[in-house]
Design a binder for this molecule. Structure first.
Ligand SMILES: NCc1[nH]cc(CCC(=O)O)c1CC(=O)O
Length: 305
């Protein structure tokens, strides 16, 4: 059958690179595809029925709507931007092999790391909290936009550096020489992984995408996202999680920080790959019971005020 799989993507350079990767993989398997870039409308107004379907993610809602309105068959996302609960009728169809999981600092010289008045830029609560935890005398300024925009703003300002996901910059060959790996920083759940979603009843696309799924990556991000989901219960908070696999053994590291970085609750565990079920939940519950619940409540109160 010559059905063409319509691949929806956001129109940033990184999103297009990711969607083209999925397109090439499907075409190598013999499928016909078409790329449909969808302009992100950050201010997209959702009507009542769409809200009831559970569309929430700021980065993903435009593509969710395009899928529900049958303008596209599948959508490619940076998995860390996808809310832990997918809209009704939309399912995870493939998690691609993971790229670099690390956060990196792009800098203009590293002397400031040992000084009191460093200024670094990030729009992420998770990165801000971890930076201030390690460098309490520094200040963090807000930085938003896609990776190209953020890199430009870093060049245009007097900040000492800005934090990026290594994967994003590596994919579009934007990673400069002047970077350091922030291997002490716990990445966002699912950082460096790409998720392809499909309509639950679209057996043709789902069957095609099975071939693209990487089982080990899929298990790791499942653990990380379960940790996130149980901890945050629908709000955004400074939460990091990373699961890695070596010789069929998983190492998990997850943490919750206060917004100002002064408090940190963390959980580390190792277990065999075949016992991965509920490990994210258990880690989150352990943090919640040792003070994380109280911290989450105060974060929610602060973010809603
Ligand atoms: N929130 C933006 C975003 N979403 C995914 C990536 C990069 C790719 C990835 O981490 O999987 C980025 C850029 C960044 O965080 O610097």
């Amino acid at each position: 059958m010559a059905k063409i799989i319509r691949i929806g993507t956001r129109d940033s350079e990184l999103a297009l690179w990711q969607a083209n990767t999925v397109k090439n993989k499907l075409e190598n398997l013999g499928y016909k595809t078409e790329l449909i870039p969808v302009k992100s409308t950050g201010d997209l107004n959702l009507d009542q029925p769409l809200y009831e379907m559970g569309i929430t993610g700021i980065f993903t809602k435009t593509l969710d709507v395009a899928m529900i309105k049958n303008k596209i068959d599948i959508a490619v996302h940076s998995m860390k931007d996808v809310p832990t609960a997918l809209p009704k009728g939309i399912v995870e169809a493939a998690v691609l092999p993971r790229a670099n999981t690390l956060d990196i600092l792009i800098h203009k010289g590293t002397d400031f790391l040992n000084e009191e008045n460093g200024i670094i830029a990030t729009g992420s609560l998770r990165r801000k909290a971890q930076w201030l935890h390690k460098y309490p005398a520094h200040s963090v300024v807000n930085l938003r936009g896609n990776v190209n925009t953020r890199m430009q703003k870093l060049n245009d300002n007097n900040w000492n550096g800005a934090i990026f996901a290594a994967a994003g910059l590596e994919r579009i060959h934007l990673k400069p020489e002047n970077f350091i790996d922030l291997d002490w920083m716990i990445p966002a759940p699912a950082q460096g992984a790409m998720l392809v979603v499909a309509n639950e009843d679209d057996n043709f696309s789902r069957k095609a995408l099975v071939h693209l799924n990487d089982e080990e990556t899929s298990i790791c991000v499942h653990i990380e996202r379960e940790f996130l989901k149980v901890l945050e219960g629908g709000c955004t908070a400074p939460i990091g999680a990373l699961a890695t696999v070596e010789n069929d053994e998983v190492s998990f590291h997850g943490a919750l920080f206060s917004l100002d970085g002064t408090q940190k609750f963390e959980e580390k565990s190792t277990f065999s790959l075949k016992n991965y079920k509920n490990k994210g939940r258990e880690a989150a519950n352990s943090i919640l019971s040792k003070g994380g619940k109280k911290l989450m409540d105060s974060i929610k109160a602060k973010l809603n005020s």
